[in-house]
Design a protein around this ligand. Structure first.
Ligand SMILES: *[C@@H]1O[C@H](CO)[C@@H](O)[C@H](O)[C@H]1NC(C)=O
Ligand SMILES: *[C@@H]1O[C@H](CO)[C@@H](O)[C@H](O)[C@H]1NC(C)=O
Ligand SMILES: *[C@@H]1O[C@H](CO)[C@@H](O)[C@H](O)[C@H]1NC(C)=O
Ligand SMILES: *[C@@H]1O[C@H](CO)[C@@H](O)[C@H](O)[C@H]1NC(C)=O
Ligand SMILES: *[C@@H]1O[C@H](CO)[C@@H](O)[C@H](O)[C@H]1NC(C)=O
Ligand SMILES: *[C@@H]1O[C@H](CO)[C@@H](O)[C@H](O)[C@H]1NC(C)=O
Ligand SMILES: *[C@@H]1O[C@H](CO)[C@@H](O)[C@H](O)[C@H]1NC(C)=O
Ligand SMILES: *[C@@H]1O[C@H](CO)[C@@H](O)[C@H](O)[C@H]1NC(C)=O
Ligand SMILES: *[C@@H]1O[C@H](CO)[C@@H](O)[C@H](O)[C@H]1NC(C)=O
Ligand SMILES: *[C@@H]1O[C@H](CO)[C@@H](O)[C@H](O)[C@H]1NC(C)=O
Ligand SMILES: *[C@@H]1O[C@H](CO)[C@@H](O)[C@H](O)[C@H]1NC(C)=O
Ligand SMILES: *[C@@H]1O[C@H](CO)[C@@H](O)[C@H](O)[C@H]1NC(C)=O
Ligand SMILES: [Cu+2]
Length: 336
């Protein structure tokens, strides 16, 4: 239904195809001087069945709690979380703040699971590379220890798994309508998560070059491969797979940062406002002057470490500087 919602950027060079897989220097420690106890974010396939169940139950819990933020149309806490993305879409996509904002959004999600649903487990990620040659074989679609499978029929509603009968209240785009979680699995799109494209992304030598590549390939891969709700540029967090997908993207950004950590803990760049073409193609609202006054970049169109990140109060505003280090104080996790 929203087949063109995610733009595929043009790749200017193919020279980087030959570059080998990155050697990642992960810091590995369970406590950190700067942030305390370090939470380990794990691949979905490395969770035990009990851990998977606890995570899925916590997501169902958030969907069952009543909305409290006063956002228009929101009925549940899940809707509140989704609204923060809907309402921010035009200032957090096609911009330099794309990766930092979604890092804060992943933090918002896990914080709500912990504080409101008593979740004590880790934030898992979907290691899409493992599934990039066979999407439908992925264990994330398991009907018991996963998110259920493909959509069915003209509405493309999912029919099994813990979210089969969930009613979403927000979407499509900016509308407020009741609908199911829809999917339309696409085996071709998941290929954009394969090693060929990761090599292109990891060959980028600075954030300015890297962020559009992250957005184009591994980011588009998960959205377009799941499709349905996941292909709706504003409402995609309605499908809980969104959080596994974007945590994986966050992991990839962190692995890229870790290749030259000293430099890349402060490397920020990119436009602050999406291009007019992007806004028109996505059918999203123009960015207002009042937001530009507040973004922390002194009225400029270049994203800096001072840039304000807002999830509409679900967690306090932060700056991009606050989220550059996943063990910087506000954030305290590692990827294993
Ligand atoms: C882990 O962190 C603690 C506290 O910051 C530090 O004392 C210790 O040396 C670290 N261990 C490793 C293996 O890095
Ligand atoms: C954000 O939501 C408010 C209502 O709370 C609305 O007035 C505003 O137009 C929305 N902005 C965007 C960009 O979606
Ligand atoms: C979380 O735990 C508290 C304290 O035990 C309890 O009052 C609350 O109902 C629990 N919340 C949920 C959503 O289960
Ligand atoms: C993908 O995996 C499924 C389930 O294991 C299998 O039935 C199918 O043949 C596989 N497809 C390809 C192209 O390997
Ligand atoms: C899929 O949809 C068709 C109608 O389009 C329906 O007959 C069938 O029962 C559905 N399958 C499941 C598993 O819900
Ligand atoms: C969804 O509803 C169908 C039909 O009422 C029911 O068979 C199924 O168990 C429900 N699934 C969940 C996860 O609640
Ligand atoms: C990745 O997918 C592309 C097709 O989109 C294909 O040409 C390429 O060979 C694949 N790379 C790997 C390593 O499988
Ligand atoms: C980033 O690297 C690209 C080459 O990958 C280069 O063309 C560009 O000038 C660099 N940008 C900055 C801001 O350093
Ligand atoms: C911001 O920069 C982008 C890319 O250069 C440009 O397309 C857009 O029009 C600029 N927006 C504003 C408000 O200056
Ligand atoms: C958004 O701004 C562009 C100019 O940058 C204008 O052409 C367009 O009509 C505006 N769209 C809306 C919905 O206001
Ligand atoms: C951030 O803001 C501070 C004080 O407002 C300023 O000194 C600093 O130069 C700014 N940094 C950037 C990268 O804009
Ligand atoms: C958070 O930032 C947004 C702009 O991104 C701003 O509108 C809002 O007032 C800020 N909230 C607080 C509490 O400062
Ligand atoms: Cu997004």
């Amino acid at each position: 239904m929203y087949a063109s919602v995610f733009t595929i950027f043009t790749i200017a060079t193919t020279a980087s195809f030959a570059i080998a897989a990155p050697q990642v220097k992960e810091r590995s420690n369970t406590t950190s001087a700067s942030c305390g106890t370090v939470s380990q974010r794990k691949s979905w396939v490395d969770l035990t069945n009990d851990e998977k169940t606890a995570y899925l139950d916590a997501e169902v819990c958030l969907m069952s709690l009543p909305a409290t933020a006063g956002f228009p149309g929101a009925q549940t806490r899940w809707d509140d979380l989704q609204f923060a993305h809907i309402n921010s879409t035009n200032v957090v996509h096609d911009v330099g703040g794309f990766l930092p904002w979604h890092r804060l959004y992943m933090y918002t999600h896990i914080t709500m699971l912990q504080n409101e649903c008593n979740y004590t487990g880790v934030q898992p990620y979907w290691e899409e590379l493992l599934d990039s040659s066979n999407l439908t074989a992925s264990s994330i679609f398991d009907p018991v220890y996963g998110f259920g499978g493909d959509g069915n029929g003209t509405d493309e509603c999912i029919t099994d798994g813990p979210f089969a009968n969930v009613t979403l209240h927000l979407g499509p785009i900016y509308e407020v309508t009741d609908h199911c979680i829809s999917r339309s699995l696409n085996d071709n799109a998941i290929k954009w998560a394969n090693q060929t494209y990761l090599d292109i992304v990891f060959a980028a030598q600075n954030y300015s070059a890297a962020w559009p590549l992250f957005s184009s390939w591994p980011h588009t891969a998960g959205h377009a491969a799941i499709a349905g709700v996941m292909l709706d540029v504003t409402c995609s967090p309605g499908d809980p797979i969104f959080f596994l997908h974007h945590t994986n993207l966050d992991r990839l950004w962190w692995e890229w940062q870790a290749m030259d950590l000293t430099t890349r803990l402060t490397d920020m760049d990119g436009q602050n406002v999406p291009t007019a073409e992007y806004i028109a193609e996505m059918g999203i609202y123009n960015v207002t002057d009042s937001w530009l006054d507040y973004d922390g970049d002194n009225g400029g169109n270049v994203t800096t470490l001072n840039h304000t990140l807002s999830v509409l109060g679900l967690v306090p505003n932060a700056t991009i500087a606050d989220v550059m280090d996943i063990q910087g104080g506000l954030l305290c996790y590692e990827y294993v």
